[in-house]
Structures are given as C-alpha cells and as structure tokens.
Write a protein that binds this ligand. Structure first.
Ligand SMILES: [Zn+2]
Length: 145
C-alpha cells in the first residue's frame, strides 16, 4: 500500500527482481528502499555499517523531499523526472543528469549528516534548482558535483 510521504516514520528495505536498474545499488520507490536481488548478500553485510546507514539516510532524504513537494509522491516523481530531463541527458550524459538533479544534489550533500531532515521536510533542493544547467555542467566537469 502506498501512503503519503509524510506518513513514513522510518524507511524499510525490500529486495526486488527488477529495480533498481544495473549500475544503481538502491532506489527509493514510494517510501521503500529497493535493492536488487543480485545485491541482497552485499546489503546483508553492509546494512549494519556506517555506509549502510548513510545509504538509508540518503533514501530517507528523498522521502522528506517528497514531503516538501505537497506531500505527494506524484509531485515528487514528476519533478524528479523534469529535473533529470532538464539536465539534457542525451547531450551531457546520464551520469550528469542524475548527479546534477537538485534532489540528488541535496541528498548527496547531506547524506553523511545523519540528523539532516530527521523530522523536517527536506527543502535544500530548491536552492540547487536555481542553478542553470550550464553552471552545474561546469561544476560537474570540475568534479565538484
Ligand atoms: Zn538519491
């Protein structure tokens, strides 16, 4: 059952046969973290470690971002796709389009601070969204994002 983003108090992890696509370890899917079955063993070893907690926190930031988009998964995913396409993946590459997505920029910038967005909606993406694609692309080429 899909609940509104604000209804989640913690994140839970499921394994999936289909998601995420190759090259990604985890994906937030309507408030759940999905890890592909091929990585289930790796996740079992990782989940109790700091890097496991950081991964879950990264996904938790996405849940709190969805709270900030009218508490709606639909609005969150629509904006996510819009930001991705605005980064011109065909011209700049899919890696850039992903890392320069304002939702990902906020999540990567704060994933190590495990208290970030613990209770509040995550709104930092709004500042990243003000950057132009060209500004982000030059940062990307300099390895800043
Ligand atoms: Zn992310």
């Amino acid at each position: 059952m899909v609940r509104r983003p604000g209804k989640y108090t913690s994140i839970n992890v499921r394994t999936s046969r289909f998601l995420p696509p190759k090259g990604y370890f985890a994906i937030t899917f309507f408030g759940r973290v999905l890890i592909h079955r091929r990585n289930a063993g790796l996740w079992e070893k990782q989940k109790a470690t700091r890097s496991g907690r950081i991964l879950l926190h990264h996904e938790w930031i996405h849940v709190k971002q969805a709270v900030s988009t009218h508490n709606s998964w639909f609005c969150f995913y629509l904006r996510y796709i819009y930001f991705y396409l605005k980064n011109k993946p065909l011209r700049h590459g899919t890696q850039f389009a992903y890392y320069a997505n304002p939702f990902e920029m906020e999540a990567y910038a704060h994933e190590n601070d495990l208290d970030y967005a613990r209770t509040e909606p995550a709104e930092g993406w709004r500042e990243y969204a003000k950057l132009t694609v060209e500004e982000k692309y030059s940062r990307f080429l300099e390895n800043i994002i």
